[in-house]
Design a protein around this ligand. Sequence first.
Ligand code: SF4
Length: 750
Amino acid sequence: MDRRDFIKLTVVTGASATLASCGNPEHQLIRFVPDDETTPGVAEIKHSICPLCRGGCGVDVRVMEADAEVVREGKTGVMRMAVAKKLEGNPAHPISQGKLCARGQASIQLTYHPDRIAHPLKRTGPRGSGQFEAITWDAAIAELVSHLDALAAAGDQKALAFLSRPRTGLRGELVAQVLAAFGAAPPITYELFGEDVLRRANLLSFGRDQLPTFDLARTRYLVSFGADFLGTWNSPVAQNAAYGLMRQGRPGVRAKFVQLEARMSQTGANADEWLPVRPGTEGVAALGIAHVMIAAKLRPASAGGRAGALIEGWAAGLPDYTPQRVEQATGISPARLERLAREFAAGEPAAAIIGGAALAHTNGLFQALAVNALNALAGSVGAPGGLTFTPQANLMNANARGRTSPRAVRELATALLSAPKPRVQLLMLDDTNPVFATPSAWRVREAFEKVPVIVSFGQFVDETSALADLILPDHSFLESWVDGMPESGAIVAVASVAAPVMKPLHQTRAMPDVLLEVARKLHKPLGAAVPWQTFDEMLHKAFASLPAPKDGDAWTAAQAQGGWWGEPAAATKAEAADAHQRPAAAAEPRFDGAPNEYPFHFLPYASTQFMDGSTAHLPWLQEMPDPLTSGMWSSWIEINPKTADRLKVATGDVVEIASQHGTLRAPAYVSPGIAPDVVAMPVGQGHQTFTRFASGRGENPVRILAPLSDTETGALAWAATRIKLTRVGGPDGSLVLFGTSMPEHPEYGR
Ligand code: SF4
């Protein structure tokens, strides 16, 4: 027996024992022998990638030695090891440019969260009860292999479904290749605030199935139709950096910025001019601006090329978008519209952005095409200061994995509910929570309960993984090989990659490596179709194909700087076969609920802290005041002061909102930054099962949404629900605003 084996486990006494909860020997922690060398007191900077939104920011991690609480061989103990201490933006990375947003900063808590799943779990109680027992990795993998073998033996490989959030990198590609080799359908990807409508519009307008990048640093006039591009939309860190240059980066030039939206966002609060417009009419406003520009001959009526064809297509309809007609639809006065149009035309280069709620209507595609046409008319497509597309590294065609399949989750739920024998016999889940992030009307939870076997790779028990029979917990991103190919935010192609920055704290395993091991252990192994032993081997082979620096190879260079960036060897052909030059037919938005019974538009919005709710378990983000309301640790319902006066509602009073699909109660927040006929609510709270910090806190507005979708793409029209609102009582103390009603509670740390 060598020294390492001999002192494998020793009981900690003295100072280290203070890490345990008390002096009871049963609670004493075990000190494990370190399995890596560290230099005391010396920090090392390692690269990683923020996993918390599609932006894909490059991260620098400060790593130092420290005592960390770990799980080894089923026992909890303490180990001296190199651990992540602080995250910052990687200064060399083209997206983050040395910056991170608050979510990125808080992402370190994913690793140290006290409610992480520390080892594989097998369900013991009724489904959804949260009763699991710990099992070994050997047992967990053997069980998953046996389920897959049973499907293969029955020739029923299509009964496997894999559901994940969209990923632009090779992790998604690995999943897709394993599924294809097994004979299953491609992975289904779902994201509440997916951008399928805008990608589709860009495909139709410009031949690019991709989100745009705006050269804000050189823009002189910017109009945004609902895009919270400084807070939650697309690539916020890159957009913040460019916005800073747009406003202050050029001596003597400060671009004007106008925001049109029904509820003031963090971005709207920064605008020179904020215009509330009726929900679903942003496209009409864009075409009204275009009308004035064409009627006054402020721009040529043709921009040439595909974009020119687009605007010519619209031109036939433009005479109808007179300022008077635009006023009827949007509420913007003719004088204001004309002034905006003249300023926009004079502000060369000018650009128009659309995003967020403006696209979340039944006519979302029409709205996006209208704004694309305005950009084409302004000559800003592909021009300095305008709209462009980030070149794509597109390793192994993996960018396609970053696209969502908006109809697929709903169709899967419908199919499961309607068939006597569920079409899916085995459902695998990776980093997605559709039970929380889909409307109750889709009945996703009920549908998933019919699936005989559910396997999750979750790091936490959330509403969807709570239904799993087997949980094979993934490493945190800081413990894993990570990669990503951002589709937007830079002027060069970016393929980020990073090695683990620290050893795993718990008995977790990286999902891609587990999948590869399962592929090898199948009764009929997938063999040459999935040729990699490990995920980093796949990354290595893919990155080796990129153009190399003069004095090295691309793989080594990419690891050294946190990724590869430059011009891809071959231009990406993002143009799809069905791209065609046509404007969508003008479409009125449809809303669920009759106006006389449901008088308010309901606007759930991506919260700066929680986005779609997937970061609500991070206590730093719960503690972070909302930038507009200062709300923390709670939900609230935003209403206009006029509406509040009429209904005799004050901030803090409990109100009930009801759609045709459900009701919820939360405290009111009276705000002038919202139109009188609109009621808004941040998404993110209202979890039933999502760690000690998020469970049982606030309400989930997604639950009561109508199952309407954009007519062409099938994307959820999450801004198309009408509601009624009633005051049901005075303050119940649940609204926490910064500096005011701060409750005494251990979880607030005060
Ligand atoms: S924008 Fe924020 S959350 Fe998104 S990747 Fe960057 S740091 Fe992470």
